[in-house]
Design a protein around this ligand. Structure first.
Ligand code: NIG
Ligand code: FE
Length: 398
């Protein structure tokens, strides 16, 4: 197995908690485990050694990072990449005053059903490459624009070509031409049977205009009986019972969490369910941002993800999400980077990614910057200078 020594790293984010340094604005609580003048040894697909460059062991090849910062690859724990068409006109209408509505999903369903398997696959491949070029090395992909047995199963089969973390979201909206009762029967019956072999997770859009709490409970229970693990879209557009349901069921993560009452926050703090915030959605729908500060200060674990989808948020940029989390949601730069990497991994119940430590997958992002702080300090600027994914240089460094 060949080894690479990546040395000359000006600032390395490991996500291995270190001693608090209250006077260091980069990481006052030590959550990022920063190492200055660092080096990392990659051996095959995993990380073999991490430490100060002056202590580094020899390796087969040496890459000099030239004083640049290195961070763990982003773990984007929420995306809807299997679709066809776009809804740019709907976005334009929103920017001139139309509200976002869950009903727009049906437009994408029609385009997705009309696409061939090859068209869907090449579209996902293009988006995954776009994400990788921006530093995302692990991702989750949902179905949810097929909404028939055949189209949900093939959406998941397409997604499986790109990630193990595939999520069955047949319960996205009730498609035209059926009743909610009949559709829930379909989702929990034949559609689940066809989807389950291609999925690790099951999700429900629990929202006015989509599925209510009782329907969500029944759908998640059916998924669990079929070997899938639950996650939930909840409290995105209105206050409701979705977040409390996620906490009650002890789900690993509940996503959006935009409209939260005090008892939603305490339920999350008590259950340990991760709140995955998706600030690109609020940016693109003009809804208010979730109250990240209130969640974190109450002891809730927070992740951030892109929610890349053609309707509510068509960004694939985790760096944009970090900048929004810092500027608009009052997360510290350290909290935001941690939420986009280590917490994304936890939201997918993955212990092999999101952290730069021996034994973890060798997913590293080299930044054209001396510090990760530039991700929020220089919003909109493409700062990814190189990416190693599973030890392979998928974006060659300078
Ligand atoms: O996560 N909330 C539900 N699903 C997507 C949006 C889907 C769409 O508008 O096409 C979301 O925001
Ligand atoms: Fe979503």
């Amino acid at each position: 197995m060949s080894s690479i020594l990546v040395t000359g790293i000006g600032e390395l984010t490991t996500n291995v908690a270190a001693q608090a340094r209250p006077d260091d604005h980069r990481d006052p609580t030590g959550m990022l485990g920063l190492v200055d003048d660092a080096a990392v040894v990659l051996e095959g697909s995993t990380i073999a050694w991490v430490g100060r460059a002056s202590d580094a062991p020899a390796a087969d090849t040496v890459y000099d990072a030239g004083g640049r910062a290195v961070i763990p690859g982003y773990v984007d724990s929420h995306s809807h990449l299997v679709f066809s068409g776009d809804r740019a006109q709907e976005f334009a209408a929103r920017m001139t005053g139309e509200p976002y509505s869950a009903g727009g999903i049906r437009t994408t369903v029609a385009a997705t059903r009309a696409a061939t398997d090859e068209q869907l696959t090449s579209h996902v491949a293009r988006l995954v490459a776009e994400m990788r070029a921006q530093g995302t090395t692990s991702l989750e992909i949902k179905s949810g624009y097929g909404l028939s047995v055949h189209d949900e199963a093939r959406s998941l089969a397409v997604a499986r070509q790109f990630t193990e973390d595939t999520t069955f979201l047949g319960a996205h909206v009730v498609p035209a031409g059926t009743t909610p009762e009949d559709y829930v029967d379909l989702v929990t019956g034949p559609m689940l049977t066809a989807a389950a072999p291609h999925a690790r997770w099951i999700d429900v859009f629990c929202e006015e205009g989509a599925f209510d709490v009782d329907q969500a409970r029944a759908i998640l229970a059916a998924g669990t009986d079929n070997g899938l693990r639950g996650r939930l879209h909840a409290n995105q557009l209105t206050y409701g019972g979705g977040v409390k349901l996620a906490a009650e069921l002890g789900l690993v993560a509940v996503d959006h969490c935009t409209y939260l009452a005090d008892d939603d926050v305490s339920a999350l703090a008590d259950s340990g369910t991760i709140a995955t915030l998706l600030p690109g959605v609020e940016f693109s729908t003009r809804h208010p941002y979730p109250d990240a500060r209130k969640l974190i200060d109450a002891g809730v674990q927070v992740a951030i993800a892109s929610d890349c989808n053609p309707g509510s948020c068509f960004t694939s940029s985790m760096a944009l999400c970090i900048a929004l989390a810092v500027r608009e949601m009052r997360m510290s730069p350290a909290e935001a980077l941690h939420a986009a990497t280590a917490m994304g991994a936890q939201a997918l119940d993955r212990d092999d990614v999101g952290v730069i430590a021996p034994g973890k997958r060798a997913d590293l992002v080299l930044l054209e910057a001396p510090s990760y702080l530039h991700l929020a300090y220089r919003p909109g600027v493409p700062l990814v200078a190189g990416v190693w994914q599973g030890g392979r240089p998928v974006v060659p460094g300078p």
